[in-house]
Design a protein around this ligand. Structure first.
Ligand SMILES: C[S@@+](CC[C@H](N)C(=O)[O-])C[C@H]1O[C@@H](n2cnc3c(N)ncnc32)[C@H](O)[C@@H]1O
Length: 270
């Protein structure tokens, strides 16, 4: 792929999704653009770029962004955040309040928001008050998978047997690694999935939101995009609300009134 074509692709990724693609990502872009070329039967990357930029093919931008975004995730990833969620729920229980809002800001294929929902269900011993979890991502392909809520036995292996029985229905005959399990309606109903671009605030949610999980997505953004996003999260958070970022992420260097509670956990001070 010519450098000028690569630069155009990364320009689009940045302008439309805030995703910064460094020089070292060239091979990745070539492979992911090739996927779209195959799907459209276009042999040349330059021709695909023309197609992508054409006003007649506006929907291709969604497919391009789906192809370009990295969606790695798994259930109970970075477990300490779920332990903290449990502790927070203990505080909620004592407060007597009954309405809580959680936002999972880059939910990928659903493992993260369902892990949140299962933690909530366990903590409330399934006697869940008015809790809603908004799960958003820019990638429509992963959002569809998340919405279906179907995972392999291997993927849900991280849960205890009691949790698997309580929160998943096995769709295939055998209990095996490759068996398919579906999240039960009582968990699925806690969630709402929506497409949302984190690089383009302000967001349509009204807030206030009690906890935001915004994990392992800011790594793709430069300082400017991260600053806009963090200011918007701070605006939407309830006083005392929590923001969790990925274990390798930090708000250091950004302007925010949120206070670091511990690495990767911030609280909006009242
Ligand atoms: C590596 S995954 C992380 C998933 C999950 N939060 C976790 O920690 O396991 C990053 C996710 O961010 C999403 N993403 C990337 N750019 C985005 C943007 N501008 N707006 C919303 N989501 C975005 C990707 O589609 C992908 O699903």
């Amino acid at each position: 792929m010519k450098q000028s074509i690569f630069n155009k692709f990364r320009g689009i990724a940045y302008d439309k999704a805030g995703i910064s693609l460094g020089e070292q990502k060239k091979e990745l872009v070539i492979a992911r653009v090739a996927k779209r070329q195959r799907a459209l039967n276009i042999t040349d990357a330059a021709k695909y770029l023309e197609y992508l930029e054409s006003p007649n093919h506006e929907e291709e931008l969604i497919h391009f962004l789906d192809a370009i975004s990295t969606n790695f995730t798994h259930f109970m990833r970075e477990k300490s955040h779920f332990e903290l969620l449990e502790q927070e729920i203990d505080i909620w229980k004592k407060s007597g309040r009954s309405r809580y809002r959680i936002w999972c800001a880059a939910s990928s294929s659903g493992e993260e928001p369902y892990s949140i929902a299962i933690t909530v269900a366990d903590a409330f011993q399934r006697n869940i008050p008015d809790v809603r979890i908004l799960a958003t991502d820019i990638n429509t392909t992963v959002l569809k998978k998340a919405s279906a809520g179907e995972y392999s036995g291997k993927a849900i292996d991280v849960f205890s047997k009691a949790q698997r029985l309580a929160y998943f229905t096995r769709l295939t005959e055998r209990d095996a690694e490759d068996a398919v399990y579906r999240v039960k309606p009582e968990i699925r109903d806690l969630l709402v999935f929506k497409r949302l671009n984190l690089a383009q605030p302000p967001f349509p949610m009204k807030g206030p939101i009690d906890i935001v999980f915004c994990r392992n997505v800011m790594i793709y953004f430069d300082r400017e995009v991260r600053q806009r996003l963090v200011s918007e999260i701070e605006r939407l958070l309830a006083p005392g609300g929590l923001l969790m970022v990925g274990h390798s992420e930090t708000l250091a260097g950004l302007q925010t009134g949120m206070k670091a509670m511990r690495p990767s956990v911030y609280r909006k001070v009242i």
